[in-house]
Ligand binder design. Sequence first.
Ligand code: PMV
Length: 341
Amino acid sequence: MKKVTAIAPANIAFIKYWGRTDNKLFLPLNPSISMTMDKCLTKTTGFIDSNIKDDLIEIKEFNSNEFIKLDKVNNIKAHDVYNQIERIRNLSDIKGKVHIYTENSFPSDSGIASSASGFCALTACLLNLFERQDLFIDKKEFSKQVRLCGSGSAVRSVYGGFVEFTSGETHEESYAVQLYDENFWDLYDLVCIVDPSKKKVSSSKGHMDSNTSPFMKARQIELSDRIKEVKKALSKKDLPSLGKCIEEEAISMHAVMMTQKPPLFYFEPGTISIIKQLIDLRKEKYILGYFTIDAGANVHVITDRANLTNLQMELEKNPFIKSIIVNKPFKGAFLSEDHLI
Ligand code: PMV
């Protein structure tokens, strides 16, 4: 029996994807830019199973020992997963049902971009299982196939290093582009876990309501300059300039989230505590760490090698932080012979 295993990393967005222009093609309202992470990975093994009548996904959560069936009912994410299987099977002559096993090396659905790694690994696995390697090897095509599963952040996990997900008005125009590979800059993302529990509102639902915020227009106006500044800071490896931009960007996205209808509040007390701690550390101890926050309470702290040890020591003193995952830039999604089952 042919088994395929794919591994995909999560990524952290410096410029955020929030809002779509098309909810069928999942075209993003604005381009986004991210860094691919080496310690937050999803591993997915799949095979065609003649013993099952329906496709079957089994998930092993972080720190669990057992695989649990992913239920389709009342779960937008599960719906997107099963749709992606059906869609890719329709691109192939192979018509069998698939049995998929998947596991994360980190807590899922808590703002650490598990949908990015999860959907990217799933798509890589399916394209190879259904003999559409052509759409996997061509990274631009691969990223477009990933986009059609509904997770925009997953598009950026196709590549390693520093990646842009272009916006665009058609399916052909919206895809991932690598800006720099994983060896370009020794940047770190310290994921500070203040709350590993699952978020109550998915980002899929959040995207759909995002244009109800009166601040969305203002966000779009400032974004084009901010994108240029992030690209310039990356090209110069200028941490303070990059840090200033990514903090403004995270606040801008969360201002939209908090003012859309219904509003979304992802921050917890620990989130605010880390933001304030970072501002104080920069002012009082000249230790440079900059926050960014996705759709969850956990804080990603971006720093460089020169600041890493002191910053980590200081963050470990924060009583809200339960654990820290230290990430470096990593390569994009890839296949492995080391199957889950
Ligand atoms: O990829 P999605 O549809 O789960 O949306 C992700 C949105 C953010 O994580 C909040 C921002 C981003 O660009 O990763």
